[in-house]
Design a protein around this ligand. Sequence first.
Ligand code: HEM
Ligand SMILES: N=C(Nc1cccc(CNC[C@@H]2CCCN2)c1)c1cccs1
Length: 355
Amino acid sequence: MANRLEDEAVEFLSLFYEERCLDGKEARIRDVCEAIRTDGTYEHTAEELAFGARLAWRNSNRCIGRLFWERLTVIDEREARTEEAVAQALFRHIEYATNGGKIIPTITVFKQGASIRIWNAQLVRYAGYRGDGRIIGDPASLELTDICKQLGWVGAGGDFDVLPLVISVGARPPQLFPIPEHLIKEVALVHPDNEAFARLNLKWYAVPFISNMRLEIGGISYYAAPFNGWYMGTEIGARNLADDFRYNRLPEVAAVLGISMEREASLWRDQALVELNRAVLYSYQEQGVSIVDHHTAAKQFQRFIGNETEAGRGVTGDWTWLIPPMSPAQTDIFHQSFDNRIVSPNYFQEKPPYC
Ligand code: HEM
Ligand SMILES: N=C(Nc1cccc(CNC[C@@H]2CCCN2)c1)c1cccs1
């Protein structure tokens, strides 16, 4: 009687052998089913792991950047067993993927199961502090910043203090690993036409490294599998710096650009939003850091749909996340609908190890 893990393993291995036109499928499936019966699990080969991680990206319904799904660099760190070894692997990932600004989409996969956990939501993220009546830094980081302080971390108390890595193995308490400063690339935000913008002293980190999602391949879960791509400008300019529950900087942007905030009907928010997003795209491009605007990203997503259709595969998507938070109706995505069925392999949101 085949169990659920066997079914998922057979389904993935069949896909792996068929899509890669490899032979030897029957023998591999027999070995895997034997391992599942004997040990309750099985190990992916390096090739199966790489293919699974790329497939998981291709199946990520909320991702607009999937055109490049085959170009993912997969680093196999399944031998790492200590907090120190995990931290060193993460430093290598940050340096390799940043690549001086010419960002390389990369994932590092640690051993299967939930014993190794990265407590950070993103490898590079700014701290958030509750001051007297106001919040300094990133409100999204308040909880993790408190945990870091409880573990002995002392932050500078500014708006852009990079948090240390927080790594746990098994039931041991988490350990802190400050990221060497030379590994962290940041972009100072300037405006293409108005030099007064620089007075806002805004900046953001170059590379988003998501470290809190669970990678599932053929029934096996990897709870520590951080991955990076490059940013779409609106993530920084229309959400991280604009949301009133994040950095909430639109009023200051309007003020420094001389945009009156007197009446909502003047659309001052929309005007300030466009200028902030122009500054983000201009600054990243000027400083040689990969980034994509939401119009180009939407066109690339349409090419992804074309490629998948040509390959005889359906595309699944989550419309509510695929449309950009700025001028969504100016993209073709807005005027289409998508099947939001969840297909595996995939990346899944995972609750944090704390709480
Ligand atoms: C290469 C450039 C890439 C771009 C421009 C891009 C763009 C985006 C954007 C804008 C989002 C929505 C994020 C949000 O609103 O918070 C997203 C979601 C997502 N992306 Fe991509 N992406 C890229 C590469 C990747 C890679 C390499 C992976 C994994 C291997 C990936 C997996 C995902 C997943 C799983 C989500 C959904 C996250 C969630 O459910 O919380 N993306 N992507
Ligand atoms: N450009 C990126 N953006 C991205 C992708 C996945 C997840 C996230 C973080 N999303 C969480 C935030 C916070 C709540 C809603 N958005 C960002 C990438 C990050 C890693 C690879 S691509």
